[in-house]
Design a protein around this ligand. Sequence first.
Ligand code: MRU
Length: 366
Amino acid sequence: MKLDGVPSRTIWLERDGWSVGILNQTLLPHKIDRVTLRTVEDAAHAIKSMQVRGAPLIGVTAAYGVALAMRADASDAALDHAVKFLAVQRPTAVNLRWALEDMRATLAPLAVNARVAAAYARAGAIAEDDVEMCRHIGLNGLALIKDLAEKKDGRPVNILTHCNAGWLACVDWGTATSPIYQAHDAGIPVHVWVDETRPRNQGAALTAFELLQHGVPHSLIADNAGGHFMQRDDVDLVIVGTDRVTAGGDVANKIGTYLKALAAHDNAVPFYVALPYSTIDWSIEKGADIPIEERGADEVLNVQGRLSNGDIASVAISPEGTPARNPAFDVTPARLVTGLITERGVCAASRQGLLSLYPEKKSAAA
Ligand code: MRU
């Protein structure tokens, strides 16, 4: 998608052919800062500190992290260490484990001197595959938006989204935003309600930024406002992304997603979740078994923003000494999900629904 009018991606191979460029998302939207990753430690730091974030992008960064590790040492022990080291940086997004298992399976059978080239080729393929999957998620979700648009007599289709499941969370297009970009590009009037998404404000900082960059009409709303707009018929559709979907169709996503699903259910607003196949965890059935990342209290006790002099600063919002809890994700039960939008089509959030799109997984499902 576009950054300052230029088609851009969130991760790329630098001109030297081996180091990896990323957009440092901790400074967006106030500063466009590009960072170069040269070691597996750099990749791990980028994931943990959320310079890169969003389930698909975490996976792609980890894949390149393995390639960087192989460049330093391509032995069996180094491969094992890199995979284990990267896997523990963030626990909830299953794409991280998926990408690392893919890298291990690709590299382990190869001779040590063939591993560096193979690692870069595989990481590049995972990145390209992500772009294609997101494009197809967009095409499949576009059909839903088109149907709603037909009933709106030229008025915009109002879509609410939570967190950032846009191109910044992937390599390009995004998951939840891909249908929105495709509808906008096709001339269908859309308007997006952007949840600010406390505590890290991925909606305010990232989703608003990328929609603005692409020219998609949107309004930022406080996290607590979504239910109000749903009651007033101002939301036609909710689309969110996800960090992990179980074989039974339960959905982990950014904290607060569950409350939006409850409000959507109470107001008969369709609630869809967009995801690529790399986000499905076939090994577990129930959302209660998804590990939920608990992050530092400082993220709840402070907010980051731009001061009038242009500096980026963090300020406290509560009395010194106030304790806080910060679960980063919650689980929306399958019963509250109208459907899953995947690269293969739209299905029910259930084992049966998922297997109708991924029949080859019949033996893998928990
Ligand atoms: O903590 P984050 O910013 O990595 O959380 C991101 C989300 O929850 C996204 O909605 C999810 O990863 C889907 S991204 C396409």
